[in-house]
Design a protein around this ligand. Structure first.
Ligand SMILES: [Zn+2]
Length: 597
């Protein structure tokens, strides 16, 4: 199965980025214009002493940021289409360095606002003329203790680009330079092993195929292990640098402060999930019996989920199923979402050089959201579509309901809408196939897998990155041996009771791009728990509950994330949502056992 080039792909299934810029030339003009805006903005330094000028500066700042975000989104998405095209590689690099210039030109803004006479900023926060900027102002006041002098902020802004090298280099290594070789598939053909295609091997009913692909993948990464360790150590050092220079107690404290989430949420997540490890292993034992192996290995975990529920929807069929699954959210939601395929918001299929994985980009305010997929015609592909469309519709509603400064929802709530959609899909299919025992088993099995990969796996990652950061914070250096050993131990804690954790698993951390967004993954786990609760609310059919959820989708970043979720109907400042979600997991394991018998 040869991977097609970008040009060979059907245009209908490529996203239409001309809504951002009609051409690369138009992008170039905007690039120049934003450069000029940023030079002009820098001239405002030292002038912020009366309300009118301050208001003008806010208008100019957010206008510049909005335009820059669209510029950057275009370059990034073009580059992601085919990472080997040097033109877009260069545009992306230039956009990033323009971003550093933009940030540097605005570095005076916050320190100068903080230097205003006591109470002035608080006054603006309550002034209707500044209503679009009230959250921005609240944020400045909140982070006052962690904001440095004007000169220091300028230096930090200039260092931003250099400090993101680890992230970029690891992405290059994973998507371009890493040679994973070929693996024989079930029919004995040699097939190129890629990150995007890896899952297909792991779903193979032929255990040799699964084992060989898994080993080859892990060994491929291990061969670059010292480089990956140096890159990750660089990331961790950058995180620690950023936290220390701003007087946070730790890199995690800095990350979570930015999210407006108390650190106790992270610790209680790990504690609560550890209490569910026995249930996880009870589930793994059912899986072991189901696939009929004497010992379960990590490479067996993705096999056997869809037996009895083989669906192969192409993108159009998948899209129809998605629309049916989200029907409980309301007719207008379905109508709005149905635009995505028609208007080509989505880049559907894998092509040579395309970025792996999937994401939604809602940062081009005033246009439409965009979704990158590497769609496979199976349940997983369908589920990913629902997930990314959840993000996209959250952006769509927030962008159309909030002014730009309040539109971009916080990372802490970012995974809620996506996960809620995935659960709605699962529940929809379970209703559709209610008389089909095999399908029920497969769907409950899928939800259990979703639990495993989101709550357990992401909490495992969260634990790993916390340990790595703590180790580095205590002055130890992060070597490949140390990181891999630590990873292996953590995997054994979670899976070791039922699963044989082979030594090669130690390299798996190198594959995880999210480690370059520190303390991000715990949010998948907390979001999943919130989504379980919200999806049950939505399916209860209570219009009041649905309305609360829909209001959440429109809320952008207009409130602190914990409050937005509380208004939507779930309180993550308490451990309850996690504990309740794990109780639900235990119920599902019980149901699964009955269905398998
Ligand atoms: Zn997501």
């Amino acid at each position: 199965m040869e991977v097609l080039t970008r040009n060979e792909m059907d245009n209908r299934f490529k996203w239409d980025l001309t809504r951002l810029f009609a051409s690369d030339e138009a992008w170039e003009q905007e690039y120049t214009a934003i450069g000029e805006l940023s030079a002009a903005f820098a001239q405002r330094a030292g002038t912020l002493n009366v309300k009118e000028r301050i208001l003008e500066a806010f208008n100019a700042y957010f206008d510049m940021m909005r335009r820059f975000e669209t510029l950057y989104a275009y370059a990034m998405m073009r580059q992601n289409e085919d990472t080997s095209v040097s033109l877009y590689q260069a545009m992306n690099d230039r956009a990033m360095s323009l971003g550093s210039r933009v940030m540097a030109s605005a570095a005076f803004l916050v320190p100068e606002l903080l230097a205003l006479p006591e109470g002035t900023l608080e006054g603006f926060g309550a002034d209707p003329d500044f209503s679009d900027y009230s959250r921005f102002i609240e944020d400045i006041l909140r982070t006052k203790a962690h904001t440095l002098s004007k000169e220091e902020e300028q230096i930090l802004a200039m260092a931003g680009e250099a400090l993101s090298t680890s992230d970029q280099a690891s992405e290059m290594l994973r998507s371009l330079d890493l040679q994973l070789g070929t693996v024989r598939n079930e029919s004995g053909e040699r097939v190129q092993l890629t990150d995007a295609g890896f899952i297909l091997f792991l779903e193979s009913s032929n255990r040799t195929v699964r084992r060989t692909a898994f080993r080859k993948m892990m060994d491929g990464y291990a061969a670059m292990g010292n480089t990956f360790a140096a890159l990750y150590a660089g990331q961790v050092k950058a995180d620690i640098f950023a936290s220390r220079v701003r007087h946070y107690e730790s890199s995690r404290a800095a990350s979570m402060y930015a999210d407006e989430v108390p650190e106790s949420v992270y610790d209680s997540l790990i504690t609560a999930v550890h209490e569910g490890i026995d249930t996880l292993n009870a589930y793994l034992e059912l899986r072991r019996k189901k696939i009929g192996v004497p010992r379960l290995h990590m490479y067996d975990l993705y096999y056997g989920n869809e037996q009895g529920f083989e669906i192969h929807p192409d993108i159009e069929e998948s899209f129809d199923l998605f629309l049916k699954a989200v029907a409980p959210l309301g007719e207008d939601y379905v109508r709005d979402a149905s635009r995505a395929l028609q208007e080509r918001w989505i880049d559907v299929y894998e092509n040579r050089g395309k970025r792996s994985g999937a994401y939604s980009c809602g940062s081009a305010y005033g246009t439409t959201p965009y979704v990158l997929l590497n769609h496979k015609n199976n349940y997983d592909g369908l589920s990913t579509l629902c997930h990314e469309m959840g993000h996209a519709m959250h952006s769509f509603y927030s962008n159309s309901s909030q002014p730009y400064p309040k539109a971009d929802y916080s990372i802490f709530v970012a995974e809620v809408a996506s996960t809620t959609n995935e659960i709605l899909l699962n529940e929809y299919l379970r209703r559709e196939y209610r008389d089909d025992r095999a399908a029920q088993a497969a769907l409950v099995g899928n939800l259990l897998e979703h639990f495993r990969t989101t709550v357990f796996r992401q909490t495992l990652f969260a634990e790993f990155e916390l340990r790595a950061h703590r180790l580095a914070e205590s002055g130890e250096s992060l070597t490949m041996e140390q990181l891999s050993q630590m990873y292996l131990e953590t995997v054994k804690t979670y899976y070791g009771k039922v699963c044989t954790v082979d030594d090669c698993v130690a390299s798996e951390w190198m594959r995880i791009p999210h480690f370059y967004s520190p303390f991000y993954v715990y949010k998948y786990a907390t979001s999943f728990c919130a989504a379980i609760s919200l999806a049950r609310n939505i399916l209860s059919g209570d219009p009041e509950k649905v309305a609360r959820y829909r209001a959440f989708l429109r809320s952008g970043s207009s409130l602190p994330p914990i409050e937005e979720l509380r208004n939507a109907g779930v309180d993550l400042s308490t451990p309850e949502p996690v504990t309740e979600a794990l109780d639900y997991f235990a119920e599902l394991v019980y149901e699964y056992q009955n269905l398998l018998n």
